[in-house]
Ligand binder design. Sequence first.
Ligand code: CU
Length: 291
Amino acid sequence: MSLQLPERRDRSGTFHRRLTLLALFGISLITLTGCSSESRGEWERLAMPDPATVEGESTLALWQGAWIAALITGVFVWGLIFYAVVKFRRRSDDEIPVQTRYNLPLEIFYTIFPIIMVVVFFSHTVRVQNVVLDDSPPDNTITVVGQQWTWTFNHPYDNQNVYVSGDGNVIPTLVLPVDETTRFELRTPDVIHDFGVPGFLIKMDVMPGQENHFQVTPKRIGTYAGKCYELCGVYHSRMLFNVEIVSRADYDTYLQGLEDAGDVTDEPILGGAYANEQVGLDPTDAEEADQ
Ligand SMILES: [Cu+2]
């Protein structure tokens, strides 16, 4: 017995030192990361990107609202748990607390309340979905083609189709006019891809044989990054693209530039054999990678 006491004291000393170190580490982490206005914005948006489109604002509001509702519920439930743990902890008298059964008000509460929560979450989700998937006639339509392993963007211009396409080495750029609604018609000749721009807070599957579309209204000029969100195959990681939101005048200049460069067809390029030619990969490379 006499030997155990110093050992115990030692252990609790180490424990306290570790706890202090952990607390210091936590405080310095918060202090070091929580200063810039950029990271403050990230905290406010709960890690969502700053939406670059009008539609993205609704998605962000849904995200924030859902987290706030979940946190309020969490605090309430944690409170009840800690209350029960402390109030009914084991005591020396070893008396079992009153066992509550057939408590009708309590049972009604925990049945009705989750149903109300699900209804509220569901109604807000449907409301935001209607905003994000709004189908009213857009100002512009761009046919987006996902292909193994890049993207082609077809813009109607001058009663023709002008296009830009990436290849194995070049990441294509999707140019969009600001303050105008642009619809993306999503097409693929091969496998399922997923077209998305994190800054737009939306993505959608690009599926063979299915004509998916959505539209966005970019609200500020800038450069963004886009990518394929579906693990579509061996060179999936190459399916990146840039997005440039420009003024109407710059957009017209850009389209004219594509026409002048001869990147013109009668109809939007939808891929197929043409898409595979665009890949820019040595066929033997692709074969090796397949194995
Ligand atoms: Cu893909």
